[in-house]
Design a protein around this ligand. Structure first.
Ligand code: OGA
Ligand code: CA
Ligand code: CA
Ligand code: FE2
Length: 496
């Protein structure tokens, strides 16, 4: 590039031209023409955009300022003190009734991600490792939660007390519900016909009637019933409305009862007993309860007022098909544990088991895993649990197809949340992904124990119940009933 060229270029770039050149009218200084981008209308448009931009920026600043102020307010009143459990939650509306102000949040242990390990201090002088197994449901395992001695004591105490059949051979009830609802055969048919093609496929019948009076139906059972009852007249493997109409409402049940039922055909094939863990109970049982309180970081009052410890024994061939430990809650649903404080009687009741802590009391020789068929599935769809006659809830056949299986290991505990959070620090909706079951024991015996922590999704009812129990003439209910989890559970969870 020559000097000359350089100068020319510099001159062209300079709006005012060279100092020696004669002054030009202002409009000529810019390299443009009146008719194009320099027109007045272009200027107006640019200015309008400029103003809108400035207004947007100011509005954004206001928004940021306002929303961070709100978050601070909710944090200072709601958040638990444990560092990693802190979470900004939406501000709570004022309590609808003045009687119990919601001053308690239920801590949820954070899963972070599958495989995440956190250290927990549950017993003096020992650190346990807690591994996240799934996020849906929020599920953890803690190896060595119970010592060998503790496992032995719990099994011995259960044996001393005696175990009963977990499921009686025949239970009443199903038919009565249908009668209560007073549905016509057409209405029932319509409910069963999921894809609305006017025919009942095997999986449609199974999805709704997998459990008949405690008897577990398989596709083969169903075909056998159709044959026995001559229900499928045209033999196409489907039930049409005409074929369905000819069946009485209790036809399946009567057929099964006449044919006889083996234990392996029940929903659950095990024996169990309950061990009280309150004051006066065996030291080991009380210690386990305290450890569970530390693990879950819930107020000890909640754990104290929960169901006793359930100890379960499966013999070889034992199983428990996939189920939820606790049902969905609707506004009309009552919780078994707070019925005392409920002023209404409702036809719906569930056990409101917010958390399940499952302990393995022995290592099983073969089988007996705890299966979570849909853990961390992308979606949950009840209908797709049976596909091509493969029933994912059937733990005698299809445990190998479950998303997650936990091998029973002596002393290990797993725990999970059966309900989601309501986003305000209390119990929300049922977590459908918490579906689980016990796979068939192929060799040896399997011993487990369940500690369920009962919480009523209705905060007022839970609070009323606790207040009621605290006024009973029982010195057990002293200041334990403070509902403040943070005072009772200092931060004991630590990231690795
Ligand atoms: C239960 C249960 C699983 C297992 O007792 O509710 O789900 O592995 N048990 O035994
Ligand atoms: Ca159909
Ligand atoms: Ca048919
Ligand atoms: Fe269960």
């Amino acid at each position: 590039m020559t000097d000359n060229q350089e100068n020319t270029a510099a001159e062209d770039a300079s709006p005012s031209g060279s100092p020696t050149s004669p002054p030009r009218p202002p409009s000529d200084r810019l390299p443009c023409h009146k008719s194009s981008v320099c027109s007045r209308s272009y200027f107006v448009v640019v200015m309008v955009f400029f103003h809108v931009y400035i207004i947007n920026v100011i509005a954004l600043l206001f928004y940021v300022h306002y929303s961070s102020g709100q978050e601070d307010a909710s944090r200072s009143s709601d958040a638990p003190s444990g560092g990693q459990h802190q979470r900004s939650e939406p501000r709570r509306p004022p309590p609808s009734k003045p009687d119990f102000i919601r001053d308690v949040s239920l801590t949820r242990v954070e899963g972070i991600r599958v495989g995440h390990v956190q250290q927990v201090a549950l017993v003096p002088g020992k650190v346990h490792e807690m591994r996240t197994l799934s996020l849906k449901p929020l599920l953890f395992e803690i190896p060595g939660f119970l010592s060998e001695d503790e496992c032995r004591v719990v099994m011995q105490l259960a044996q001393l007390k005696g175990l009963m059949e977990s499921q009686l051979m025949v239970q009443e009830g199903q038919e009565e519900l249908a009668k209560e609802l007073d549905l016509s055969p057409e209405e029932i048919f319509n409910l069963l016909d999921i894809n609305q093609d006017g025919q009942l496929q095997l999986h449609e019948v199974l999805t709704h009637s997998r459990v008949r009076d405690g008897i577990w139906l398989t596709p083969e059972n169903l075909r056998e019933i159709y044959d026995g009852l001559k229900a499928d007249k045209d033999g196409d493997g489907l039930l049409s409305l005409q074929e369905f109409r000819l069946l009485s409402s209790d036809a399946f049940q009567r057929f099964l009862l006449q044919r006889g039922v083996k234990r392996s055909q029940l929903v659950r094939n095990s024996r169990h007993t309950w061990l009280y863990q309150g004051k006066g109970a065996h030291q080991v049982l009380q210690k386990i309860k305290e450890r569970v309180t530390r693990l879950t970081r819930l107020p000890s009052a909640l754990v104290d007022l929960s169901e006793p410890l359930q100890v379960v024994r499966y013999e070889e061939g034992g199983h428990y098909h996939a189920h939820h430990d606790s049902g969905p809650v609707y506004p009309e649903t009552a919780c078994t544990h707070t019925r005392l404080a409920a002023n209404t009687s409702t036809p719906f009741e569930t056990s409101c088991r917010y958390i399940t802590v499952l302990f393995y009391l022995n290592s099983v020789d073969g089988g007996g895993e705890t299966a979570f068929p849909v853990a961390d599935n992308r979606t949950y769809d009840e209908v797709s649990l049976i596909q091509n006659d493969v029933d994912l809830m059937d733990t005698r056949r299809n445990c190998d197809k479950s998303n997650l299986r936990v091998k029973p290991t002596k002393g290990m505990a797993v725990f999970w949340y059966n309900y989601l959070s309501d986003g305000r620090g209390w119990v929300g909706e049922q977590d459908e992904y918490a579906l689980h079951g016990g796979c068939v024991v192929t060799s040896g015996t399997k011993w487990v124990a369940n500690k369920w922590i009962n919480v009523d999704p209705d905060y007022q009812r839970q609070a009323r119940y606790q207040q009621l129990v605290s006024h009973l003439p029982d010195d057990e209910n002293d200041d334990d009933l403070t509902l403040n989890a943070d005072i009772q559970n200092p931060s004991i969870h630590q990231d690795l």
